[in-house]
Design a protein around this ligand. Structure first.
Ligand code: 16G
Ligand code: MG
Length: 555
């Protein structure tokens, strides 16, 4: 790093000192905090994004959002050249520069990192970063901080993509780096045309009328509302009514996170919606859950969560693969990835379909990495974040198979299955979980099957479950193994949890430190709601007892 570059960073630093007492870390989904203390962090993430772009000689994304958090929070995360999450190897550097308390320290950290990573400032390409933000009022000033961070790396180009959903930005970054069409309009066109293709391929005589006429979407008062309105204009075989499109407060009593955790109707929904197919997006539209109101008394809903969306996708993909009846030369590997939060009944059901299920730790980056190992990898968190990944080799095989079939048996069931899978690979976001593209795929599959939301929900019945959180002095006192299903520390706690679990038929429980809050999370599942509640309570007490005694702090 030359002196000129150093002085650019030092000059920009002056406007962005770290607020007193703030200690930030790049968690499962980037930095997240009260927006008032975030400018200095976003400025530094701008620098990081520019360095990442120089290192990879590719376009990088920087998204300003705090997803489903309250409106006064904000956050920032980086999209890698593939459109996926920032490589985990760079997270410690993100933490270090975010907390650098003087310009000298910042310059020193950057200088060392640039050396270690062998980043050249005079490579053939200058840094290029695409910036996106959700609808939070703090977004604009944070965008400015990001731009100043990017501009403090000489020659960098920052392009403001305006208000976008998180998955849109990831999609655009991926498309840019692959040399594909990459505007927001291209995104809408690709989604709507592949949706239309799936609808056109619905077999004659399918009872698609039974799906129900209309879908009502709760947009969390977030950025998804406007985007869904735009998408709607390009679809003619779908009636969508968008609610919570900004008239209320972002994520307050609305949105996928609220609906999934509380299992009650969001604002704006009620007795007049009984039986109708409804869906909720989160604040930045990367999560999707479905629900319906079962009766006009009370505010309870029947939740159709990420696990059920995954199951629907798995059934459809498996069906197409078996119609296609792969020849001897190629056996596509289809796999499903879940976390320990997946309802046990969903895992049983998917295994019973004959599919392989693997578990990873919580957080999209872990699931995504595992799903990439398959020809078709379907991953979902129960909270509604997920997608389907197709390997390049499988897609090439599918293209060849399709043209082969089209010359030998055009319009055959086999060719239609090939076309459906190709359409799914274009509809579903290959970079990251995307509520809008998942929503269109759910709608296409329901019409294909001729299923109502009630019928879809009946595929299996969720085991009763309960989630609790326990406030502790130090959440790092708990460490886990085996995809968070076993607590390794504090020593002895897993044995006593096991003894509790053994008391309940179909009992299952685990604890893990949250990646986004200072708490230990407890999950319990059992054959009745009372049993699940009681198991969760007993395990929460154990956490309190162990960590309260300080057994975990030093060990
Ligand atoms: C973040 C993660 C989500 C995870 C959640 C767990 C991403 C993009 N998002 O929202 O996948 O389920 O954190 O939160 O990775 P927790 O660690 O507080 O339980
Ligand atoms: Mg989100």
């Amino acid at each position: 790093m030359n002196a000129n570059q150093e002085s650019l960073i030092v000059a920009a630093y002056a406007k962005f000192p770290v607020p007193q007492g703030a200690k930030l870390s790049y968690g499962t989904s980037g930095f997240r905090a009260d927006a008032l203390i975030l400018e200095s962090t976003v400025f530094r993430v701008g620098i990081l994004a520019a360095l990442r772009s120089l290192k990879t000689q590719s376009v990088i994304g920087l998204m300003i959002t705090a997803s489903h958090n309250q409106v006064s929070d904000n956050g920032v995360k980086v999209a890698d050249p593939s459109g996926g999450m920032l490589t985990q190897g760079w997270e410690p550097f993100a933490d270090a520069i975010a907390n650098a308390a003087t310009p000298e320290e910042l310059v020193k950290l950057i200088g060392e990192f640039v050396k270690k990573e062998n980043i050249s400032f005079d490579g053939p390409k200058q840094a290029e970063i695409l910036l996106g933000r959700d609808t939070r009022p703090s977004g604009e000033s944070l965008l400015e901080a990001a731009k100043q961070g990017i501009n403090s790396i000489a020659g960098s180009l920052a392009t403001d993509m305006g208000l976008v959903t998180t998955p849109q930005l990831h999609w655009i970054v991926r498309a840019r780096n692959k040399g594909l069409k990459a505007t927001e309009l291209d995104y809408f066109e690709q989604l709507s045309s592949s949706f239309r293709c799936l609808i056109d391929l619905i077999p004659n005589g399918s009872k698609s009328g039974e799906t129900g006429d209309k879908l009502i979407v709760d947009s969390a008062n977030g950025v998804g509302a406007e985007k869904l309105e735009n998408l709607k204009k390009m679809l003619d075989s779908l009636v969508i009514e968008v609610r919570n499109s900004g008239e209320g407060i972002l994520n307050e009593g609305v949105g996928a996170d609220y609906v999934q955790k509380e299992k009650v109707v969001p604002e704006g929904f009620g007795p007049t919606d009984v039986g109708i197919r409804c869906a909720s997006l989160d604040g930045d539209a990367d999560r999707l859950v479905y629900f319906y109101v079962p009766s006009d008394t009370g505010n309870k809903i029947v939740l159709v969560d990420g696990d059920k969306i995954l199951t629907l996708f798995a059934i459809f993909v498996k069906e197409q693969l078996s119609i296609l009846d792969s020849d001897d030369s190629y056996h596509p590997r289809l796999g499903v990835v879940q976390t320990a939060y997946a309802n046990g009944a969903s895992t049983d059901y998917i295994k019973q379909l004959g599919l392989q299920v693997v578990f990873t730790a919580t957080g999209v980056k872990h699931l995504h990495e595992e799903a990439e190992k398959y020809d078709i990898g379907i991953y979902f968190e129960a909270n509604g974040h997920g997608t389907i990944l197709f390997s390049e080799s499988f897609l090439s095989w599918l293209e060849i198979r399709n043209s082969d079939l089209s010359s030998k048996s055009k319009g055959s069931e086999q060719q239609k299955a090939a076309l459906r899978l190709l359409a799914v690979s274009k509809l579903i976001n290959q970079a990251v979980g995307d509520a809008l593209s998942c929503l269109l795929l759910v709608e296409a599959i329901l019409q294909h099957m001729g299923w109502s939301i009630q019928k879809w929900n009946e595929l299996y019945q969720d085991l009763p479950s309960r989630q609790l959180k326990v406030k502790v002095a130090d959440r790092t006192a708990v460490t886990t193994a085996n995809a968070e299903t076993v607590a390794v520390k504090p020593p002895g706690i897993q044995e006593v949890i096991n003894a509790e679990i053994a008391k309940y038929p179909r009992g299952r429980s685990f604890i893990r430190p949250s990646g986004t809050e200072d708490v230990i999370r407890v999950y319990a599942e059992a054959s009745t709601q009372e049993a699940a509640d009681s198991l969760a309570n007993s395990v929460a007490k154990l956490v309190d007892k162990y960590l309260g005694l300080g057994l975990g702090g030093s060990g």
